[in-house]
Design a protein around this ligand. Structure first.
Ligand SMILES: NC(=O)c1ccc[n+]([C@@H]2O[C@H](COP(=O)([O-])OP(=O)(O)OC[C@H]3O[C@@H](n4cnc5c(N)ncnc54)[C@H](O)[C@@H]3O)[C@@H](O)[C@H]2O)c1
Length: 316
């Protein structure tokens, strides 16, 4: 079995390929052509952490992968990343483990790709102002992915810790040639963006409906438990909402769970899984006025899609 480091994944796997692979993975998932048990979460409340196990078999890609991923929001104050991850990739024809890969970069790649797929199908065609709220590790990959699928004539970033937004801005200028302006408030980012990505560890919703212009697209990737949310319930309930997996969203997507609990919307109001839109079964954006929300909690088929690319580029 080969061991693959994060830096190898980051340099060998092009974001463009990940976007295509994740797009196809979402479609296969929604067409029920993958075998993906719900992820298993073990809470570690004494350390404000969670440990997740995410298995998925994709027969058409001849890949099985299981990701171990941890989320410890207090880690940055200890000088450690919020997320650690490892991906075990095996050959489903024999069950033989082929690769054990560090998977922070793989997680960044596939989560960025999910946002890119949502922008492709749900953002306005003329969207060119990008906003990002939450400027941690995922934000790097989110920007990289969004820049693959939309013209970013202006990019604005906000983080409760201003220095994180400033670091993201200088990194984006150096590595992606993107000029990122640091905003003083989340409100400014939302008011001036056509596409808004939220990638925070916030437990309480902070994006208000009254800030939102018609035609805005949101990709909310941060919250992954019922008691976490980034978008206020009124905004979610008044938007066209798409998810990565309806089954997973009902368990984990705090932004929607809270809107439903408040009686502002029903689960039937969720328009579609993004894979249904990719597969042509359901409609994406229908006009330039509607506000669209893609709520992603992250599903194992995205990791399996990257796993197939890791096997192809780094397997031997
Ligand atoms: N949907 C998915 O597939 C997926 C995948 C990976 C990570 N995540 C989630 O994304 C979140 C971010 O992950 P990360 O690795 O980037 O974490 P991180 O700690 O590196 O970054 C989070 C950033 O959000 C900022 N922040 C927190 N609350 C904020 C607020 N109210 N307004 C503005 N900024 C705020 C923090 O200061 C920090 O810089 C986590 O909750 C993680 O679980 C989701």
């Amino acid at each position: 079995m080969r061991f693959v480091r994060d830096d190898e994944v980051a340099s060998a796997i092009p974001m463009r390929e990940v976007i295509d692979a994740v797009e196809r993975g979402f479609a296969l998932y929604s067409l029920r052509r993958v075998r993906m048990p719900q992820r298993v979460r073990t809470d570690v409340p004494e350390h404000n952490g969670a440990i997740l196990l995410m298995p998925c078999l994709v027969p058409e890609l001849e890949v099985y992968s299981v990701k171990y991923v941890t989320v410890y929001p207090d880690n940055p104050s200890r000088g450690l990343p919020t997320i650690f991850a490892a991906l075990l990739i095996s050959d489903p024809r024999t069950g033989e483990p082929k690769v054990l890969a560090e998977a922070r970069a793989a997680t960044g790649l596939r989560t960025g790709a999910a946002t890119a797929v949502s922008i492709k199908h749900l953002a306005r065609r003329d969207a060119e102002n990008l906003g990002i709220i939450g400027c941690g590790y995922q934000a790097r990959w989110q920007l990289r992915a969004a820049a693959e699928v939309m013209r970013c004539s202006a990019v604005r970033a906000y983080d409760v810790v201003r220095q994180r937004a400033e670091e993201l801005a200088s990194e984006a200028s150096r590595e992606l040639g993107l000029e990122v302006r640091v905003s003083d408030t989340a409100e400014e980012v939302v008011r001036r963006s056509d596409v808004v990505i939220t990638a925070t560890t916030s437990r309480t919703p902070f994006v208000k409906k009254q800030w939102v212009r018609p035609g805005t697209h949101f990709s909310a990737i941060g919250a992954f438990t019922p008691d976490m949310a980034e978008l206020e319930a009124e905004l979610v309930a008044s938007s066209k909402v798409y998810v990565d997996s309806l089954e997973a969203a009902k368990e984990e997507a705090g932004d929607i769970i809270q809107a439903v609990a408040k009686g502002l919307m029903r689960w039937e109001d969720v328009r579609a899984e993004i894979g249904e839109v990719v597969a042509g079964l359901k409609k994406g954006r229908e006009n330039d006025e509607e506000v669209t929300v893609f709520k992603s909690v992250g599903i194992a088929v995205q990791d399996a899609a990257v796993a197939a690319l890791i096997l192809r580029h780094l397997g031997e």
